[in-house]
Design a protein around this ligand. Structure first.
Ligand code: ZN
Length: 151
């Protein structure tokens, strides 16, 4: 990844951390889940409004580091209007990206906005921060009651 791209990605992450999208409690909640990353202290709660297999709305609350917050913010903005299957596909893509399976120069056209997390794979501790919102969202989507923990 070249330096310019790295800096651009960094800017997007900082922006989402500063002004997180969908940082609220939904009025109509069908499913929700809690997630915790003890390594960093990130706490997250995901709210979903799912109807007929489609994510009508999604939001989050919580506190944590810039990466965990930016990841939740970006995730919620990507998931609105998606089907359950599409959400699962995005989760898998994101997971492959941050665990380095797509390499450090992944296909940006295919990843879209998720590409901003490409650099995370270099920092194993940060992988957990970045994935927390996604794992928590998956638990909410599957209506699992236990709290997600990255340990
Ligand atoms: Zn963190």
């Amino acid at each position: 990844m070249d330096q310019e791209l790295r800096e651009l990605y960094q800017q997007v992450i900082l922006d989402h951390n500063k002004s997180p999208r969908n940082f609220k409690v939904l009025e109509h909640i069908t499913q929700e889940a809690d997630g915790y990353n003890p390594l960093c202290g990130d706490n997250i709660h995901i709210y979903l409004d799912v109807e007929d297999g489609i994510i009508k709305d999604v939001s989050f609350q919580g506190s944590g580091c810039a990466i965990s917050k930016a990841s939740a913010s970006l995730m919620t903005s990507l998931l609105k209007g998606k089907t359950k299957e599409q959400a699962e596909k995005l989760f898998n893509k994101f997971h492959d990206l941050v665990t380095g399976k797509l390499g450090d120069n992944p296909d940006v056209d295919e990843l879209g906005k998720l590409a901003v997390f490409t650099g995370v794979q270099e920092f194993p501790v940060r992988v957990k921060c970045a994935s927390l919102a996604w794992h928590t969202m998956m638990n909410a989507l599957h209506d699992k009651k236990e709290r997600v923990t990255t340990e």
